[in-house]
Write a protein that binds this ligand. Structure first.
Ligand code: GLC
Length: 601
């Protein structure tokens, strides 16, 4: 099974619940499975019952690239009391035989696709596969090859009709932590204001840098931190990396300052990734940075100190399910010595280590689980969560624990969801090149423009951006990352007001020239591309504008504003240059009581 499966399922499972109430009956999401740079969801209007605007993804035809053996797509808003029959249609660029699955259940053993021709099949969808109101379907390629394209997947008709998204909301999400909505809002306040954080993937994989026995493992789609799995390296052999791991140039303060310079407000670091190696002092396993390496220091200690000193929130990533080292952990099917009991693994490794990371480093702002399912069933998830709550009751937890826990945040990975997740907090995590963990040969860096515009896009949809760096075996954040962080920081210094503490754009249909955020009586127009006529239109906008100015220079130029009561037009004066990555215009709106007629000056 491909590596990102569980997360993708999580994404699919949740997206349907989160769209605005006027959204489609069939909420549909499909995306490529690259799991790397460029992986974007490819969403498409399904006939005329689809209405999710504000996404460039809609400009593209639905296109699902077959990088691995699975092609996923999903739907929300199902009536869990009904049994559905559906007609499915799709196009394939080559002849393929595939298996159709609904969740874990096989719905059709063999679906044949002819090259370039539309293929159809009728399916009964087993109710067990959408017991929570959302359905994930997958086409598994049996023959005909990966690497290619299956497109235009559509559910043509269903019997009965779906319920609609608005009815599929699950109140459990709010009660999970046994708190009121107000308490929850308080707890998430800092996160909603922060908008921008640094993800740090650091572990033994940095020592290998994506190479094993002097050769690169896999291709550009393979993540550095997945090397042990990708090359099926035996446990004892992989563990020898530890004897060389000596990050003598590690300087926590430098890392924290790099994040701070970029305008980031929190850091989330891998304390233990799927390789099972603890980057902290632990008594639960000798496979840790103190006992197994020549370095012998606890980098989390220093990091916690530096974060506290510089007002940076600190979060811990912990791989609770996949652990290719410790017996009973999930995901290792190539080394016999890994066989073991999952309860033992959870009780002897996970819970003690979670106890350590949440006890020994002060306030921890975020616990970032990864890959729900596998070794973590409901009972084990319950035990883990109990430990967390006992130690850090205010902690923000993502949606990847497993055991049906929703957590506080959705975690779209490597993509920006078309409309955000209305009613849910969310955070897109993304690599700065193509890998999370350091890889010597990955030079596929995102540009500063891309990074900033993605931050604008995410903010305009009400989410956070957790941007990754993968430090080296010597403990250094790659220079390419540092350079970008500095440049992003320059933009943030001038324009951060348009990002921090803002909420999603009031224009769900989007604006063609950029992105919009709002805060109190302020609107921020983040202009990426100035239209030829230099007019920025705010559709359906009738509030009175008191003042408009450029964030990069209040006195730069007078912005001419007009309104016909239906839309507001701003004319950017000749001579004013819209700079990359984005020039921001602030609009101060009249307070409610000052609102005159629907005209703006
Ligand atoms: C995926 C990968 C993992 C990475 C994570 C970040 O789950 O398995 O390597 O840590 O994404 O979101």
């Amino acid at each position: 099974m491909k590596r990102n499966y569980s997360m993708m399922v999580a994404v699919i499972l949740t997206i349907g619940w989160c769209l605005p109430s006027n959204a489609a009956d069939w909420v549909r999401v499909a995306y490529d499975d690259a799991g790397v740079d460029g992986a974007q969801p490819h969403l498409k209007k399904a006939a005329d019952n689809w209405n999710v605007p504000n996404s460039e993804a809609f400009d593209e035809a639905l296109r699902t690239v077959v990088y691995g053996p699975y092609i996923w797509f999903g739907y929300g808003g199902l009536n869990t009391n009904a049994a559905y029959k559906a007609k499915l249609r799709f196009l394939s660029d080559g002849p393929r035989v595939m298996r159709l699955k609904a969740g874990d259940l096989t719905v059709k053993e063999s679906v044949t696709a002819d090259a370039g021709k539309s293929s159809e099949c009728v399916i009964d969808i087993p109710p067990a596969s959408y017991s929570m109101g959302t359905l994930e379907l997958a086409l598994e390629v049996i023959s005909g090859g990966n690497g290619g394209m299956v497109s235009d997947i559509e559910i043509l008709s269903t019997d009965p009709a779906p319920l609609g998204v608005s009815k599929a909301t699950n109140p459990v999400i709010l009660t999970e932590r046994g708190e009121t909505l107000a308490q929850r809002d308080m707890r998430l306040k800092w996160f909603r204001e922060a908008r921008f954080g640094m993800f740090i993937h650091w572990g033994l994989y940095a020592q290998a840098g994506g190479e094993w026995n002097g050769k690169p493992v896999g291709n550009e789609h393979n993540f550095g931190e997945w090397m042990m799995y990708d090359a099926r390296i035996p446990i004892a052999e992989y563990a020898t990396l530890a004897s060389k791991f000596n990050p003598v140039n590690y300087n926590a303060e430098k890392w924290v300052l790099a994040a701070k310079t970029a305008g980031m407000k929190y850091v989330v670091i891998t304390t233990k990734h799927h390789e099972g190696f603890a980057m902290f002092k632990t008594n639960a396993s000798p496979f840790n940075i103190i006992d197994a390496t020549p370095y012998k220091h606890d980098p989390m200690k220093e990091l916690a100190v530096a974060c506290r000193k510089h007002g940076m929130k600190l979060g811990f990533y912990y791989s609770q399910n996949l652990d290719w080292h410790h017996p009973g952990g999930g995901g290792n099917d190539w080394d016999k010595t890994h066989e073991g009991d999952a309860d033992q693994y959870v009780d002897k490794i996970v819970i003690p280590q979670v106890r350590e990371i949440l006890s020994n480093y002060g306030d921890i702002a975020v616990i970032w689980w990864d890959i729900p399912g596998g070794a973590i069933n409901k009972a084990r998830a319950d035990r883990i969560l109990k430990t967390v709550m006992e130690l850090q009751p205010k902690i923000i937890m993502n949606n990847r624990l497993g055991g049906d826990y929703w957590g506080d945040t959705e975690t779209p990975e490597q993509f920006i969801p078309a409309t955000g997740f209305s009613g849910r907090d969310w955070e897109t995590c993304m690599t700065m090149n193509g890998t999370w963990g350091f890889k010597k040969n990955d030079h596929n860096w995102k540009s500063v423009e891309t990074i900033v515009q993605m931050l604008c896009d995410i903010s305009s949809k009400g989410g956070n951006y957790l941007l990754n760096v993968g430090p080296t075996d010597k403990g250094e954040i790659p220079q390419e990352s540092l350079d970008r962080l500095v440049e992003v920081g320059k933009w943030m210094k001038v324009n951060g007001e348009a990002i921090y503490g803002t909420s999603a754009s009031p224009f769900p249909q989007g604006v063609p020239w950029g992105r919009v955020t709002q805060k109190g009586n302020m609107l921020y127009l983040m202009v990426f591309d100035l239209p030829i006529d230099r007019v920025l239109t705010l559709p359906g906008f009738s509030k009175k504008v008191i003042k408009a100015w450029f964030l990069d220079n209040e006195n730069k130029a007078e912005i001419n504003i007009s309104s016909d009561g239906r839309e507001l037009k701003l004319i950017v004066p000749n001579g004013v240059v819209i700079n990359s990555p984005a020039t921001v215009i602030a609009l101060q709106l009249a307070a409610k009581e000052d609102m005159g007629e629907n005209t703006a000056k």
